[in-house]
Each structure stands twice: as C-alpha cells, then as structure tokens.
Write a protein that binds this ligand. Structure first.
Ligand code: PLP
Length: 465
C-alpha cells in the first residue's frame, strides 16, 4: 500500500505545522482514515526532503493534538477518533463524531477551505478595507465583490454583466428573493416531481400554487411541461438540471434545448438552481447560458467552498434586477460584506479553483466507497455528486427503510420528503448524502447498515426494525 505523503502545496508557516495541517485536511477528506499507520518519520522526511527532526516534531504535535497515537515498537497511527477535528482545537467542524451516522444532510465535506479562509481573514484584519466592510452596502454591492461574482459565474459557464448580477446570502436566499420579488399570491410554480423541498415550502408560505412535472430516466419531460402550460398559465418552472436533488440526474444538452423550446413557446420563466454544477466538470451548458432572457440562474459557494460563508450569486435579466435587489434589501439588507469579501478574495486570488478540485476529489472518493459497499444493489449516482439515490427492492417502502436505518443508527431521507405532490410520489427510494460526515469510517459503517437492510427486506431481515 502507498505510504501517506502529505501535500504541502502552497502552505505557509513552519514546515512541521504544515505537515500537521495537511494531516488534518486528509483526515477531513477521508484520505487518512482511522487506524492508518503513518510512515516512519525518517521515511517521511526522506520523501519530503526535510530533516527527520521536522517530521518527528510534526508527529509529536499530532499526538499532542490527539490526532495521532504512537505505539511503542509498532509506529504512529491515526487515532481511533480524531478529537482534534471535533473539539475546536483544529478545524472546529461541528459535525458529531459519535451518535447517529448522518447521511441525510447534503453538505460538502468539512474543513477543505478552512486554512485558506483563515489566511484571507488574517489579510482582511491587517488591511485597510475593514471600515467599508463594516458598513451598509445597500444600493449596490461592492464592485470587487461583483467582479468576483462574475468570475464565479464564468466558472459555471454563465456570462453576465454587472447590472445582471446580485449577491445573496446563499442560493436559498436567492430563491426566496425570486419568489417574493417576481410572484404574486396564487401564481403557479412548476417543479420536478421530486425536488429540493424548501422551495415547495417557501411557495406554500407565500401563497403560491405548485404543480409537479413528470420526470423520466433522463429527467424533466418537455412534453409534460408543455401539457401543463397548455392547461394552466404557470408563471415559472423551478428546476435543478445538474446533479438533481434527490435523484442525481443531469439533464442532457438535448433535453435542455427541448425544455427551453417549451419555455419560450409558453412565455415561461425558468429558475435554474445550479448549486452543485461546479462539482461536475463534464456538465452541459447551463440553461442560463442557452437563453439568458428566459432563465434566472441561482448558485452559491456553499457546496464548493464553505456553506457557512452564506454567499450566493444570482444572474437575472437586467430588467428584473431592481425588484430582486429590493427583495434582497427587504429580507436581509445585504450579504454581510465581510463574508462576501472572503468569498471574493478566494475567487479573485485563484484559491477557489483548487478548493473546488479538492471537493470534487472527495466527492469522487466517497462515491467510489459507496459503489463498492452497495455493489450488489441498484444505485443511481454521479461520480461527482455529493449524494446518491437508492431505489429500494420489493418489500421496502421509503418510510420503513428510513425508520429501520434510523433504528440502526443511520439517518437518511426518503423519497416522499422531496415530493412536490405527495399523491404523485409513488417511487420507493431513499437519498444518501456521502460527504457531511467528516470520518470516512463512519460513512462506511453507515453504508454497511444500508447494505444489510437492502440484503434483507422486511420479511427476512436480520437487523431489528
Ligand atoms: C438544490 C439546492 N438548492 C439550494 C440549496 C441551498 O444552498 P445554500 O447553502 O447556498 O443556501 C441547497 C442546499 O442544500 C440545495 O440542495
């Protein structure tokens, strides 16, 4: 087996601490798992071209922070649990390392951007921008933040001018602003049969009507969309064309074109939620790139940099921007300029791309883990996604499976939780999210529980339900 060699890349500070930082990153990403034996410190020193004194100091620091344990005569190992990851000493991730294994939350792996964000915050605290970052930015966002937003949209394949972009407190806030700014009570919002459930909840709260559009194995069906448009007069279609929640599907380029045809024919607005798009390098062009006049594009840095920054970007036709800006102001005044500044610096200084690549690599490795754990079963997944979709074998309903998993210490979501119209949600399936848990060992144990349940549907099940 290959020995562990940390990637010191462009890390700064004393070398021994760089090694410890790399260790923490690799533990968070799952590259270093519980019980892994580290190479002897002399061997590591040789690999890194450093002195043995430096690597031995790094290991001593790892032991001091309870990341590692040394065993006399056997070597140095990653600790059974990595308390440093959970106790606030290094990378306070606030994701429990004990208790139920949480495969229900669709968050990116923790801690990947942490050291970059620390360094950006240090730069901010030393710089001259602080007074303006502590002030209101209501009429317009700070121009360098807008510049970074345009660059991020460019990563996504969407071109925009400064008068077409808004900064929001994440994609969720962007969606909320769209619904409050552009809809009136009673307006009809079309959605995929299964979809990101907060949007349905928001629509309900705002007195909007929703209807579900049928999906097939390729995703949302243009014909059914056309039928709905002919029967009613919907205001807009909300959809997640890339790495769909919960089914992981990505609409093909042809399907996107066919959908836009219907959208144009029926004078519809499309709201494209692309929070996951950047994770998938081989994605087709966003709808907003194909028809910027008909599509509002919503994204954020949550899945690719850090969800706690609460920074999102919205691209809309310029004529809609004043109403959308008013909705941003009414709901939150503005995105906190300090977190917008952090995101902007990560984007503008070229740090965002390597962080995105790390997130992609972790997603891919968790997907491989799941494939191998569940190989005997039908799994619907994308190698770049943070989640997977598991149609259940006969004998299971989504609800029973969720309850059985819960009883065996694993949290996951059943199909019905995503249903726009529960009467139409007939599929028995569950969604598993693979990257919220920091410890790959816990994900593996969670997948093992899932596999056992799949192997033994209720009649013959060995685990207690
Ligand atoms: C499909 C989808 N859209 C939007 C969001 C909200 O993202 P943000 O954290 O940027 O508000 C999520 C979060 O899980 C999501 O899954």
């Amino acid at each position: 087996m290959a020995i562990w060699v940390p990637d010191l890349g462009d890390r700064r500070g004393p070398k021994y601490l760089q090694i410890v930082e790399a260790m923490v990153d690799d533990m968070a990403s799952g590259r270093l798992t519980v019980g892994t034996k580290l190479p002897p410190h002399r061997e590591l020193a040789h690999q890194l071209g450093l002195s043995a004194n430096t690597t031995s100091r790094a290991y001593a620091e790892g032991v001091k922070r309870a990341l590692l344990r040394g065993e006399v005569g056997r070597g140095t190992f990653v600790r059974a649990t990595a308390p440093g990851l959970n106790e606030g000493t290094v990378g306070d991730l606030r994701r429990p390392s004990a208790g139920p294994i949480d495969l229900s939350r669709n968050l990116p792996p923790p801690g990947v951007a942490e050291r970059h964000i620390r360094s950006v915050l240090e730069g901010i605290s030393r710089g001259h921008e602080m007074p303006s970052l502590l002030d209101f930015q209501v009429e317009a966002d700070i121009s360098r933040h807008v510049g970074a937003a345009l660059r991020w949209l460019g990563f996504c394949g969407v071109t925009a001018g400064p008068d077409e972009v808004l900064i929001t407190n994440g994609a969720q806030h962007g969606l909320f602003c769209i619904l409050t700014a552009l809809f009136r009570q009673g307006d009809l919002l079309l959605m995929e049969t299964l979809s990101y459930s907060p949007v349905r909840a928001m629509a309900e709260r705002l007195g909007l009507r929703t209807a579900a559009i049928t999906t097939d194995s390729e995703g949302l069906c243009p014909d059914d969309l056309a039928r709905h448009c002919e029967r009613a007069a919907p205001k807009a279609l909300y959809l997640i064309p890339t790495l769909h929640v919960p089914t992981t599907n990505t609409l093909s380029a042809d399907r996107r074109k066919a959908l836009l045809e219907v959208v144009r024919r029926h004078n519809l607005l499309a709201i494209e939620d692309d929070v996951f798009g950047l994770l998938k390098p081989d994605r087709p062009s966003p709808l907003a790139a194909l028809d910027p006049t008909r599509v509002i594009y919503v994204t954020s840095v949550s899945k690719c940099l850090a969800p706690g920054l609460r920074v999102g970007f919205l691209r809309a036709p310029a004529a809609m921007v004043p109403s959308l800006r008013q909705a941003v102001n009414l709901s939150a005044w503005m995105t906190p300029p300090i977190t917008a500044e952090v995101a902007s610096r990560l984007i503008s200084e070229g740090t965002a791309e390597p962080i995105i690549r790390s997130h992609r690599a972790i997603a891919a490795s968790r997907q491989r883990l799941a494939r191998s754990a569940l190989q005997a079963h039908r799994v619907v997944a994308d190698p770049h996604g943070l989640h997977l979709w598991l149609p259940l074998p006969k004998g299971w309903t989504g609800e029973n499976f969720r309850l059985a998993a819960e009883k065996n210490g694993v949290l996951l979501s059943e199909a019905r939780a995503f249903a726009v119209d529960p009467a139409l949600a007939t599929v028995e399936a569950v969604r598993l999210c693979l990257s919220h848990e920091p410890d790959q060992g816990r994900v593996q144990r969670g997948l093992e529980v899932v596999r056992q349940l799949l192997d033994a549907p209720p009649m013959v099940m060995r685990l207690s339900v």
